[in-house]
Design a protein around this ligand. Structure first.
Ligand SMILES: Nc1ncnc2c1ncn2[C@@H]1O[C@H](COP(=O)(O)OP(=O)(O)OP(=O)(O)O)[C@@H](O)[C@H]1O
Length: 313
């Protein structure tokens, strides 16, 4: 196995005409850990991964494997295994798909049998991929990434569409790859989908970094806390600082490390700040994630502010 090397993204920007898909994005993915690359649909995850893998050219900034861009890696297949947009010919078998790729990339044929075993597809290897379930196609995509026994794995939505048994399997599998010292980056638009599989998270929204760090730091945010927002964020920030309240700022407001919305409301009142949202964080980790990425608002469904009712704890 090639050793795991960090993925380093620095000041990365990618524009498509008027659209800025990735906007001055910087983060680092460490070997020996499973990292979830998270954000709602359209946040810029696939674009970031495509630049990282040399499929798109950056408008600015860099995305490298330990300082080396993918296109300049000496042995790319043995360094990085990636599954983006995996599509298979329905008339060909899993074994045939992998054998063709192995031959094209100079990987010994015996490795095909090994990776089929590793991903649990050996019994189905000689069936046509057209008859595979989504879960089996996900396993075949994984088998591709492992052919060169790389130290870095980049997987786009590998859990999407798996049944509960498949999810359990991939969770253990990703962790075992990381324990071997590999760098494992897994994208998803749902935190809940990868929550039990990842050690670290990199969260983006509208092309920008929202948060990166251990999953446990997000869990701390999700512990009893209050979500608050104002049309005047600067004044609200100042009022929270003045009251000595700790918080992190997301697209839909501030997550304040204070379980009592009344105290947060009082801090805002003291600072003379108008609020358009104030409520206790409801469902823990997932709402914390959604508040950070701004996928849904803490506001009520009619767009009006929701104030604490006392039943949301
Ligand atoms: N080739 C392209 N030309 C123009 N715009 C693009 C292109 N590729 C992506 N975009 C735009 O860039 C933004 C980010 O898209 P991207 O596919 O990277 O997001 P994502 O986080 O991977 O979302 P999803 O999970 O839906 O794939 C979107 O607004 C998308 O429409």
């Amino acid at each position: 196995m090639a050793s795991g090397i960090p993925i380093e993204v620095s000041g990365l920007t990618k524009r498509f005409g008027q659209v800025t898909a990735v906007d001055d994005l910087s983060f680092r993915v460490e070997p020996g850990r499973v990292t979830g690359f998270l954000g709602p649909n359209g946040a810029g995850k696939t674009t970031t991964l495509r630049v990282l893998l040399g499929l798109e050219r950056a408008s600015a900034g860099t995305a490298t494997f330990g300082g080396t861009p993918y296109t300049r890696l000496e042995k790319p297949v043995a360094t990085v295994g990636a599954a983006l947009d995996a599509s298979f010919h329905p008339g060909r078998t899993a074994r045939n798909h992998l054998a063709v790729y192995a031959t094209a990339t100079g990987i010994p044929k015996q490795r095909v049998g090994e990776v089929l075993d590793i991903v649990g597809l050996a019994d189905y290897a000689d069936r046509r991929a057209g008859g595979y379930s989504l879960g089996m196609r996900q396993r075949l995509a994984l088998a591709y990434t492992l052919l060169g026994d790389p130290g870095v794995l980049v997987l786009d939505e590998p859990i999407n569409g798996l049944d509960p048994e498949g999810i359990k399997w991939i969770r253990v599998f990703l962790q075992s790859l990381a324990k071997e010292g590999r760098t494992v980056l897994v994208s998803s638009h749902l935190l809940s989908e990868v929550q039990q599989s990842v050690d670290d998270v990199v969260i983006i929204s509208r092309g920008k970094l929202v948060k990166s760090g251990p999953l446990s730091s997000l869990e701390i945010e999700a512990s009893p806390s209050t979500v608050v927002d104002s049309p005047d964020r600067d004044r609200l920030r100042a009022a929270l600082d003045q009251a000595g309240l700790a918080y992190s700022e997301g697209r839909n407001g501030f997550i304040v490390d204070e379980p009592d919305p009344g105290r947060v409301g009082h801090a805002a009142f003291t600072g003379g700040v108008e609020l358009n949202s104030l409520h206790r964080l409801k469902s823990g980790l997932e709402e914390s994630f959604l508040t950070l990425v701004g996928d849904i608002g803490p506001d009520g469904p009619d767009g009006h502010p929701v104030y604490p009712t006392g039943e949301e704890a």
